[in-house]
Design a protein around this ligand. Structure first.
Ligand code: EPZ
Length: 419
């Protein structure tokens, strides 16, 4: 185990390389199972969740090769739908994304129900309904999902009751090999979903409506060798935007796209942060005082739930009061008691947090609980007086590549030490 020591008070300045999105890489890895031709993925982040997904692919017999961690080639010609090891599956919920491709290509799949998760129940009922609409027979027994479609899948109209990133991706992956056309209504339109569609298109799948709530997919029986560059990680970009804002510094986020911040970019601007496109990505600075504003998390292009904790850290040192409502997950305020240990003034009431800005935070030992909560503690530590110690940082390493090195290069006083 390791921990981070952070001495607050430095203004960050310089550039940060924003890598490919973890949440686009994971479904793209799953897409490799659809094909007996090679798929090369570029701009991959070197994070634990991606390494876990690579191990899962190799467990299915996918040959994964690459001279570096950011470019990998997947050859699933010899892949088989046997059971993945529970040890891998229990680590990450995104393993559910192999269900659709295995079923579509082999006509059967047995996948463990994803393990529990700190931020909420996170059921997979919509994934299952989508596959049943495509003709699969699915039973859930003993903690496993058993899916079969011996005659293959047939295109269908799938209408989701609300936007689900993972369920939309499961439907897209399965529909890619289904006979005929599949219409997905109320599809999630997060940039990572659009990126999976672009990856599938490169593999030879015809998809219309990319980036909208309605997708039309023509299933095919022949895929082709493909290469795809993973979209930049808007959550990593938003995290470093908050780092610039909270320290009153200026950062250039190389590879980031302002439009992918959507409502988060609007909220940062309303709070007094300035963001504008640069020829390499995105500039972020905070020229004057921070103002407390109200936000509510929603599906894209609404305010991303994956940036809620980071934005809350910023609001802790803003002038005035802000209300932050979490509508996507039922338990995504675990960073609150830890931020309060740093001197923040936050009260929780149901799905809403009221944050009263304070003039300064004070260092303290704090504990990471989940990926995005962890990084909000690091952001608060960048401005807390004294040395903040963040423990259990394995949560951070699941989704952030070299966070401490990147922050140190921009002037932060931060050290990774053995716990
Ligand atoms: C994806 O999770 C992301 N993970 C999450 O990022 C992100 O927070 C989430 O989308 C929302 O944007 C990956 O892409 C690997 P959902 P996912 O299905 O697909 C409910 C991070 O920090 N739901 O859009 O699981 C669900 O409980 C992670 O990088 C059902 O009820 O999210 C939630 O309330 C955390 N039934 C809501 O939908 C289902 O079958 C939205 O979840 C599926 C979801």
């Amino acid at each position: 185990m390791e921990k981070l020591l952070i001495r607050g008070g430095r203004c960050l300045s310089g550039t940060v390389d924003i890598r490919g999105a973890k949440n686009a890489a994971l479904p793209a890895f799953a897409a490799s199972l659809l094909s007996d031709k090679p798929l090369t993925l570029r701009n991959l982040p070197d994070v634990v969740d991606v390494r876990t997904m690579q191990a899962l692919m190799e467990g299915y017999g996918v040959a994964v090769s690459g001279r570096s961690t950011d470019v990998l080639t997947f050859d699933a010609a010899a892949a088989e739908p046997h059971e993945a090891s529970y040890d891998i599956v229990r680590k990450m919920r995104a393993t559910i994304l192999v269900l659709g491709p295995l079923l579509a290509r082999f006509g059967r799949a047995r996948v463990s129900l994803p393990g529990g998760c700190a931020i909420g129940a996170r059921p997979v009922d919509l994934h299952i309904k989508a596959l049943e609409a495509l003709g699969a027979t699915i039973t859930v027994t003993g903690g496993y999902i058993e899916a079969s479609a011996p005659g293959g899948l047939s295109g269908a109209r799938i209408v989701f009751p609300f936007s689900s990133v993972g369920a939309t991706e499961t439907a897209m992956l399965a529909a890619s090999l289904a006979r005929g056309e599949t219409e997905i209504v109320n599809a999630a339109k997060e940039p990572e979903v659009a990126d999976l569609a672009n990856c599938l298109r490169a593999m030879g799948v015809t998809i219309e409506g990319i980036g909208t709530h309605r997708l039309l997919i023509q299933g095919t029986s022949t895929l082709k060798p493909a290469s795809h560059e993973i979209v930049a990680d808007r959550i990593e970009a938003g995290t470093y935007a908050v780092a610039a804002a909270i320290t009153g510094g200026e950062l250039e986020l190389v590879g980031a796209r302002l439009e992918h911040l959507a409502a988060v970019g609007e909220a940062l601007e309303a709070a007094g942060v300035r963001l504008w496109p640069s020829d390499r990505g995105l500039m972020v600075t905070r020229p004057g005082p921070l103002t407390g504003i109200d936000v509510m998390t929603q599906a894209y292009p609404g305010f991303s739930t994956d940036l809620q904790a980071q934005f809350m850290a910023l609001m802790c040192v803003a002038e005035g009061t802000s209300t932050i409502r979490e509508t996507v997950f039922e338990n995504r305020f675990m960073h609150v008691p830890e931020l309060v240990r740093l001197g923040a003034d936050i009260t929780l009431k149901g799905t809403s947090a009221t944050v009263r800005g304070v003039t300064r935070l004070k260092a303290a030992p704090v504990m990471a609980t989940d990926l995005r909560a962890s990084v909000s503690l690091v952001l608060a530590g960048l401005v807390a007086e004294g040395e903040t110690v963040v423990s259990r940082i394995y949560h951070l390493d699941r989704g952030y590549e070299a966070l401490d090195r990147k922050l140190k290069r921009c002037g932060a006083e931060i050290e990774r030490v053995p716990a």
